[in-house]
Design a protein around this ligand. Structure first.
Ligand SMILES: [Zn+2]
Length: 64
């Protein structure tokens, strides 16, 4: 029997309130730091720069 491996990919998705682009912000250092052991980040108020339109916005909470 052949074998292979599998990867679990985690993403943290939000929608830019300026241009409606869907962004995966998981790779941002402040996002990883904000997540707690249940993978939630209540009241995190993270400053995000939209990579599509360049505008700034705040992610107030991350829900798992
Ligand atoms: Zn945007």
């Amino acid at each position: 029997m052949k074998t292979t491996t599998a990867n679990l990919h985690i993403s943290v998705n939000c929608k830019c309130p300026h241009c409606d682009a869907y962004l995966d912000i998981f790779d941002l250092e402040n996002v990883k730091y904000a997540l707690d052991e249940t993978h939630n980040a209540p009241n995190c108020d993270l400053d995000i720069d939209c990579e599509e339109c360049g505008e700034k916005f705040i992610v107030s909470d991350i829900f798992f």
